[in-house]
Design a protein around this ligand. Structure first.
Ligand code: MSP
Length: 633
């Protein structure tokens, strides 16, 4: 027998309750797990929480509770939510589980004995906010963004994983397995990163106490990513290894597509087949984050039903790309596709079968060209949907299906069954129309069952089945087979949302959907005297030219008029601004900053921008009537 299909989600940090980003990842995995079950496969689905590390330690300290207490609290949030949403994972793994701790220590020891892990002294720069050592290039980028204060000089003893030794094997893996990372454009980013050279990875910390101790050297705690990634191993029964599909957000792809396979290669284990990196749900142009106060929690959306949220996630997000979230977009989608589209088609079809045929689905005897066309389309839509879904593209699959459902609306308009019903001479034609509509709905119930399990079951029963749609397999399903019996009780599939009312309720919510942001900024820096401050020469400048620095997504090279002269300035604002939007903008320039080279370009000066650690940099803008060259004092 073939091995079970093994699918995973990332394990979630316990420093925050779940928001729709986390919910999306788990829904996607659950839809895929259900889909594979309906393909007749055995499925093993794992999710859980990532509980060690400095972030959790700090979040717990801020509330004067232990990290484990905080983790227990957040885990309860997760497990209750997943239960409410009917997730079908087999295990909810926690990195504080005893079997996991033992696993991490065992593997650490094995790689240490093998020489893939070694102890050495690290000397260099460390980014406090990222909890990571920083290369020179990264340090320059942070400096260019005005974030140099986050860097500290560090010298400490640490265990390294010999990542550098795996560069060639990783590149070979990527070449031989073009399916290893999806989508392709993300795979290219991974390849470029590895081609750029790999440094050994520090995998222990002495500055943290909340974590799994290094066996035999307990002042070291194992780095949270080494610990976290191994959850996929701890949580997997022996018969299911290796993972078939590992779903991750784009932000954590590097850990999964570079470090993770390298750890497994070192351990001599089989590698996952595919790492699927999805994009983010954004609010406007921003990432959803607690510190920005723009987080959408699933509870706000679940009042419209579990299936509604699942459908929206799958229908609106093209896996791999980012997608802006809006409450209005959410409601519009559900009204259009579920209340109108499918809901309407189902209720019309079932009531016509009831009214014209006493609930008995007719077998067509003749089909005219139009009827035949509809029947043929269904035969094409069904496998097309399955193929797209197999490639985890539910957005595309649902699009194909809903396009067909819309065609059926047009078919009803053209066929005018209410007129056909008036004359028994038209019976064969009416039979054909009703049978076509019935078959389309039956196929739809089956196809959407992984996405909307409850709605599909309601539709399935409405069509007369007494079985569980989720226990039916796609394979060999007779699309044009006869109905199982008379149609069942017709229940509405989806209640139309009163958008205006819901929007005004949302606005009046005592826990507003958009809460006051909390700031993610360091303490106020040490005092400087006025003389020191006045040494900094600040001037109004005007941006005359702007273009991206090749091979950098952050850096923009600008020509800036500062009154007395024109300067070339390279700024780390490329993620927040498009070059075209910078032209003719007034900015504040640090004019007497020593020139320095950024990616080979000499930058002479710096632009002032405001931000906290979480937000994008906002360029400081002098009033429109200020002149280039004005002193800022
Ligand atoms: N603990 C690590 C993962 C370790 S896996 C061995 C972690 N946790 S997380 O809680 O920060 O994020 C978990 C997942 O949620 C990531 O895949 C991340 O991309 C996803 N999302 C977080 N915010 C998101 C959106 N706004 N939109 C979509 N997914 C997002 O990283």
């Amino acid at each position: 027998m073939s091995k079970p299909f093994y699918v995973t989600t990332p394990i979630y940090y316990v420093n925050d309750r779940p928001h729709i980003g986390h919910t999306y990842t788990t829904v996607l995995a659950d839809v895929i797990a259900r889909f594979h079950r309906m393909r007749g496969e055995q499925v093993y689905f794992l999710t859980g929480t990532d509980e060690h590390g400095q972030k959790v330690e700090k979040a717990a300290a801020a509330r004067s509770i232990t990290p484990k207490q905080l983790a227990d609290e957040v885990v309860a949030n997760y497990t209750e939510l997943w239960k409410q949403m009917g997730m079908t994972h087999f295990r909810f793994i926690r990195t504080t589980d005893e079997d996991h701790k033992a696993q991490v220590q065992r593997l650490f020891k094995r790689l240490l004995d093998k020489g893939d892990i070694y102890k050495a002294t690290y000397k260099g720069l460390y980014s406090v906010s990222d909890e990571a050592y920083v290369t020179e290039t990264q340090a320059k980028e942070l400096q260019a963004q005005g974030l140099a204060h986050q860097l500290i000089e560090l010298e400490e003893e640490t265990y390294f994983f010999r990542l550098s030794a795996y560069q060639d094997r990783l590149l070979k893996l990527y070449e031989e397995h073009p399916e290893f990372v999806q989508p392709d454009f993300r795979f290219n980013e991974v390849k470029r990163f590895v081609e750029g050279g790999l440094q050994d990875l520090s995998i222990s910390r002495t500055s943290i106490s909340w974590g799994i101790p290094v066996p035999g050297d307990e002042k070291h705690v194992i780095y949270v990513w080494f610990d976290a990634l191994l959850n996929y191993l701890t949580g997997c029964p022996a018969n299911s290894w290796p993972p078939d599909l590992q779903i991750v957000g784009k932000d954590i792809l590097r850990f999964h597509a570079v470090y993770w396979p390298a750890f497994l290669m070192a351990a001599g284990m089989f590698l996952p087949t595919t790492i699927l990196a999805h994009g983010w749900w954004l609010m406007g142009d921003d990432k959803m984050s607690k510190s920005k106060g723009n987080v959408v929690r699933p509870d706000t959306l679940l009042r419209f039903g579990n299936d509604a949220l699942r459908f929206y996630f799958m229908r609106d997000m093209q896996v791999g790309h980012d997608r802006g979230f809006s409450y209005e977009g959410f409601m519009d989608r559900l009204n259009a596709d579920l209340a109108n589209g499918l809901g309407n088609l189902a209720s019309r079809t079932l009531s016509m079968i009831q009214r014209y045929r006493g609930g008995v689905v007719p077998m067509p005897t003749v089909m005219d060209e139009l009827d035949q066309e509809m029947a043929t389309q269904l035969l094409a839509v069904f496998p097309e949907y399955l193929e797209q879904a197999r490639a985890s593209n539910f957005h595309g699959a649902l699009d194909v299906l809903w396009t067909y459902l819309r065609t059926l609306d047009g078919y009803i308009v053209k066929a005018e069954p209410w007129k056909l019903a008036k004359d028994p001479a038209n019976d064969p034609k009416l039979d054909a129309v009703l049978a076509n509509l019935y078959r389309a709905l039956r196929a739809t119930a089956l196809l959407v069952a992984p996405v909307m399990p409850e709605l599909a079951q309601t539709l399935w029963e409405g069509l007369g089945h007494t079985t569980k749609v989720a226990e039916t397999t796609f394979h060999g399903f007779a699309l044009d087979g006869p109905a199982i019996g008379p149609i069942g009780e017709s229940k509405p599939l989806f209640q139309r949302i009163d958008k205006e009312k819901e929007m005004s309720d949302l606005m009046a919510d005592p826990a507003p959907a958009v809460a006051k942001p909390s700031l993610d900024v360091p303490e106020i820096r040490e005092t400087v005297d006025a003389d020191t401050f006045f040494k900094v020469d600040l001037r109004v400048g005007k941006i005359l030219e702007a273009e991206r620095v090749p091979k950098s997504d952050k850096l923009i090279r600008m020509k800036v008029d500062i009154g007395l002269e024109q300067r070339t300035i390279v700024g780390g604002i490329g993620k927040a601004y498009e070059p075209a939007d910078l032209l003719n903008r007034l900015v504040v320039v640090v004019a007497n900053l020593a020139p320095r080279k950024l990616m080979g370009i000499e930058s002479h000066g710096m632009l002032l921008a405001a931000s906290d650690n979480a937000s994008k940099p906002y360029l400081i803008a002098p009033p429109a009537d200020a002149m280039p060259g004005f002193l800022v004092k």
